[in-house]
Design a protein around this ligand. Structure first.
Ligand code: SF4
Length: 501
């Protein structure tokens, strides 16, 4: 009997940008008595169903984007006599779907770190319950990943999580509902040990794949102080101190290491934190800018962000402290108007963001936006391949429509065309070349151009593609430039590297 862990995807590129961390964490949660799990990341290579034998355990992790492929894999595995177990965000939100459509014997909701051994055992003994509650595992119990199982030369970035959960409540995001609003911080020991292991193996680029690397803002401290809420204040201070401790330890790692994370814009008013990030070699961060107008921020419950000139100053603050920003902008908010697109493009240029992504407001399952949209769509009788639009992830890939939140004055086509134009403008060769001057040499400028173009092409496929010709062009491009780009990220292994004190 073998345990298989499968990350489903209908597209395989041979190489991928970031390691799907969950595969290697669940491998660590698999008891030794079952042997090393067989890991299949279908973004690299498709599953060979013949590799699954009767009695095997097959764990499949799904989000809404790959759920349909996941169900196909699950049914194949079950036909071959395996016991099939689902997990991941989508399975947490819609456990019955995996049972009805994906051939599941069991579904795990929430974190799998602790409950996985129990589920495997029950499945092996043919007494698995249909649904298990994995709950939210505390930071100290989140597992280290089994990086010894990583295939060589396949990924550009490794991923390590330092904190799970986000205290905010943005309407388009499901993280605060699935991972919770209480930050669950991992110990710096556990994080550093993983990173050292990855550097020994030749990874110098590491994504700190956190929901929000800055879980305590200065404003949170001020509010707790004003309320004279000592317990909360002390908890918040403790989390903040742990962040600084982690960054101090990151700063003792080899200087060629590069970290990237996700953070809220509030960090811009915390120069001590930004300086600690720079010292820790956290060279870049995805910052959810979302909207450049106060009305847009209100639309999505993100009033803690800034708009207009203040926003430019905040974004520039990251750059001044040596942290490059990947700005994430959303179009199609109810208050957006045609002039919002041009204003956003201009602001992104002025604010010195190094990379940017421009996405259309999409009602993702598990979000407040999705619930509102589902209500609006309750009377809509449209069916594609017999599936209602509100279950669009079940529509076959080739027929699946892009689903966007309805807008009061613009059609989806207009929003898409205008969004596309902003991408084209931001990623024009001239603009990329101008931005590449932030790098130290001609070689790194060329690498910057290559990476910018790859990012643009990969996004054209996943986020904003308008027609299948464009999608297949983007895929072809990504396939060609991904392998040489991966080599730019590789570094000589450092097998002797020790964990710094
Ligand atoms: S979008 Fe970011 S800040 Fe908002 S809830 Fe999600 S993780 Fe938190």
């Amino acid at each position: 009997m073998r345990v298989h862990l499968i990350n489903p995807s209908h597209l395989a590129f041979g190489v991928a940008v970031i390691t799907p961390r969950w595969l290697y964490v669940l491998a660590a949660a698999t008891p030794a008595e079952y042997g090393d799990p067989v890991i299949v990341d279908e973004t690299l290579v498709q599953l060979d169903p013949e590799s699954i034998a009767p009695g095997d355990i097959v764990g499949i992790g799904i989000h809404s984007g790959n759920a349909l492929r996941g169900y196909e894999v699950g049914r194949q595995a079950r036909e071959r006599g395996a016991r099939v177990i689902y997990g991941g965000i989508h399975a947490t939100l819609y456990p019955n779907e995996a049972l009805d459509l994906g051939g599941a014997h069991a579904v795990v909701k929430g974190d799998g770190d602790r409950i996985w051994p129990q589920v495997i055992k029950a499945a092996c003994e043919d007494r698995a319950e249909p649904i298990y509650e994995g709950g939210r595992v505390e930071g100290g119990s989140l597992l280290k990943a089994r990086w010894d199982l990583l295939p060589p030369d396949r990924y550009m970035w490794a991923s390590v999580q330092t904190v799970r959960g986000c205290p905010k409540h943005c309407s388009f995001c499901s993280v605060w509902r699935t991972d919770g609003q209480k930050p669950r911080v991992r110990s710096s020991d556990a994080v550093i040990e993983e990173i050292v292991e990855l550097r020994r193996r030749g990874f110098r680029f590491i994504a700190l794949a956190d929901d929000n690397f800055y879980p305590v803002a200065m404003n949170d401290l001020r509010l707790a102080d004003r309320r004279a809420d000592k317990t909360t204040l002390n908890n918040l201070k403790a989390i903040r101190e742990e962040r600084f401790e982690l960054m101090e330890r990151l700063s003792k790692l080899p200087r060629d290491m590069v970290f990237f994370t996700q953070i809220t814009m509030e960090a811009a008013e915390d120069p001590l934190f930004l300086d600690a990030m720079r010292k820790a070699n956290i060279k870049g961060a995805l910052v959810g800018v979302e909207s450049v107008t106060p009305a847009g921020l209100k639309d999505i419950y993100k009033d803690f962000n800034f708009a207009g000139e203040e926003l430019v100053t905040r974004l520039q603050a990251f750059r001044k402290h040596g942290v490059h920003v990947l700005g994430s902008f959303i179009f199609g908010l109810p208050s957006d108007r045609p002039e919002t697109f041009e204003a956003t493009a201009a602001l992104a240029q002025r604010a010195d963001v190094t990379f940017a992504q421009f996405v259309m407001l999409t009602p993702f399952p598990g979000t407040v936006d999705f619930e509102r949209w589902e209500e609006i769509m309750a009377t809509d009788e449209t069916r594609i391949a017999g599936i209602p639009i509100t279950r669009h992830w079940l529509i076959p890939q080739a027929q699946r429509p892009k689903v966007y939140s309805p807008h009061p004055v613009m059609s989806p086509d207009e929003i898409r065309d205008r969004t596309q134009a902003v991408w084209d403008q931001f990623y024009s060769l001239a603009n990329i070349w101008k931005r590449s001057s932030c790098t130290p040499s001609l070689r790194s400028r060329l690498a910057f151009v290559l990476i910018s173009k790859l990012y643009r092409q990969m996004y054209a496929n996943t986020g904003i593609a308008t027609d299948s010709a464009r999608v297949s062009r983007a895929e072809k491009w990504a396939r060609i430039i991904a392998p040489p780009t991966r080599r730019l990220f590789a570094a000589p292994p450092m097998p002797e590297l020790q964990v710094p004190n």
